[in-house]
Design a protein around this ligand. Sequence first.
Ligand code: NAX
Length: 327
Amino acid sequence: SKKPVRVAVTGAAGQIGYALLFRIASGEMLGKDQPVILQLLEIPDEKAQKALKGVMMELDDCAFPLLAGMEAHGDANTAFKDTDYALLVGARPRGPGMERADLLAANAQIFTAQGKALNAVASRNVRVLVVGNPANTNAYIAMKSAPDLPRKNFTAMLRLDHNRALSQIAAKTGKPVSSIKKLAVWGNHSPTMYADYRFATIDGASVKDMINDDAWNRDVFLPTVGKRGAAIIEARGLSSAASAANAAIDHMRDWALGTNGEWVTMGVPSNGEYGIPKDIMFGYPVTCEGGEYKLVEGLAIDEFSQQCINKTLAELQGEQDGVKHLL
Ligand code: NAX
């Protein structure tokens, strides 16, 4: 049988953690034949550590055959030791009266420290997914704080936006989600993201031609996908958790096990593709094979798409400029 791999998860006692850990331990992320050791990080606070112990009791009680070990940590420098995968979910939420700049600064501190810890103690090929918001900028900060690790191994989660867009297209066309191929989401994980179905197909037919309604794209589809997080909060009184955990599982599973040529969306550091400046952590369509992602290149960008990409890029540049002095 396979040797266990180490999976670090931060914010492990939070909402998303609760929807995520059981699925990792059951083999849904890395395969039903891949044992895992969970290295769980929470803030050192007594209440958080106690809640984490409770989650671990429940993980024990599932008697998962693939759960080869489990550790609780209050320090990233031990939590990330030799880890093969790191899911950075914990982040500082916006508190009452907190300005955007304060939020960016608080998170910059967390992700600088965690990037340094990964740099110091993680596996040299650790694959990092940042979920905690602002996810793209936090991933950028972690990457910049880990100069000894490959840049390409730092990614941000755009998969929830991708999956939300798939479900809206399925509802609009009346076709199953599984039939929709070649969807792309560009940019920041925020309402400015640009979900782009111009290349998408269903059973080989163009989704754009099937829908054939630019006003719906602009006035219904993009705002619905962009504001879906707020709509969930409004309805549930809590932010997306199970769907976010599901997206994190999808992202890591596809990265590790491949997509068989199909497109998915990942936030990855740019190397200049599509005119995005180097290092910007940007949502791109990718395919995955052999544990590596590859950008889908050479897609035509029309005027409307370029405007959308410019807008989400400007937002990301604003965020990244706002933290530059802290790196
Ligand atoms: P919760 O507040 O339920 O849980 C967060 C947990 O992280 C808490 O238990 C907290 O103690 C812990 N934490 C905070 N700072 C930490 C640190 N420095 N090290 C370790 N643990 C730390 O939030 P939850 O609903 O689980 O959401 C987690 C993050 O995901 C938030 O930043 C949220 O905004 C973000 N999201 C990102 C999404 C995406 O698509 N990229 C979608 C869902 C979600 O909104």
